[in-house]
Ligand binder design. Sequence first.
Ligand SMILES: NC(=O)c1ccc[n+]([C@@H]2O[C@H](COP(=O)([O-])OP(=O)(O)OC[C@H]3O[C@@H](n4cnc5c(N)ncnc54)[C@H](OP(=O)(O)O)[C@@H]3O)[C@@H](O)[C@H]2O)c1
Length: 311
Amino acid sequence: MISAFGFRDCLRKKPEVYNPNSSTSNMTQLVWLVTGCSSGFGEAFVHSILARGDKIIATARNVSKLDSLGANGAQILQLDITASQEQLDSCMKDALAIYGHIDVLVNNAGYTELGTLEEMMHDRWLAQLGTNLFGTINVTRSLMPHFREKKSGVVVFIGSMAGWKGDAVAGAYCSSKAALEIVVESFQAETESLGIKSLIVEPGMFRTALLSANNIKSVDNKFQEYKTLSDAVIGGAKGYSGQQQGDPYKAVEVIIDIVKQEGKAAGKGIPAKLPLGADAVAVMRKKCTDVLKLLDDWEEISSSTGFSLGT
Ligand SMILES: NC(=O)c1ccc[n+]([C@@H]2O[C@H](COP(=O)([O-])OP(=O)(O)OC[C@H]3O[C@@H](n4cnc5c(N)ncnc54)[C@H](OP(=O)(O)O)[C@@H]3O)[C@@H](O)[C@H]2O)c1
């Protein structure tokens, strides 16, 4: 089974399904804010959301890349998700002034950094988690007062099947998505009684610019012992750009169907997690069966560490 970066397989249980929430099931025209709209999933979201008749505030750190989306009807805002909390709050204030409210936040912006634990220095680890994890958390924090006040809203997090298994040379990226996974579980437990719905999407490999030479980052190989592995993973990832099986437009249509409770998703509610792509389904299923086997194999020993009765 191929995993996110080509070598091994992967993980956990079938996602739970929430009941539909009245605040999402009856909405017809939604206002979306999507991060990272200059390419890939973000760009696809803009086209698909507009085609559905909804409104979108498309954001990017370099808005000159969004000119054609603006010409098609998207509202454009500059947003680097690594900006300070004050800057993010100010950006969300501007965003809310456009239509008076926002119904759906899509935390999409992110990038991939490859390198072994030993060869990737602390600043690069911080940058990877600073964007994929902390940037996502901070953007969400900026919109939460609005969602809490109106007691509704949907937050879509773009995770990854890479968050379900640590691949060699991809620890920084995988850990950013794995941490996001747990952050979202906690967030869901904190907000389910507030009328706010959220979903973490776990895409497999989709044909976006993620692995393109311009967007992917990697550290130089330093130690001979890692060279073969590093060359294979980094070269493999770059070489795979443009070959990915997944169609990003089909992916965003599924996500929009879920949020709007339309099409095949009608009446199914918003799941806590959504694997997207047959590869993601396989990786997540394998993780689950591997963990179940581990529990079966070790349960007796693992469960033997309590105080004896009466002591
Ligand atoms: N494609 C896949 O196979 C796949 C699989 C699993 C998960 N994902 C996730 O899907 C999300 C979207 O990626 P993609 O596949 O669509 O790749 P992409 O085409 O490279 O798009 C990534 C977007 O994120 C933006 N971005 C990066 N850092 C940012 C920052 N600090 N502030 C604002 N925007 C920033 C990029 O903007 P610039 O143009 O300014 O760089 C770009 O618009 C990412 O979170 C990625 O991890 C992708």
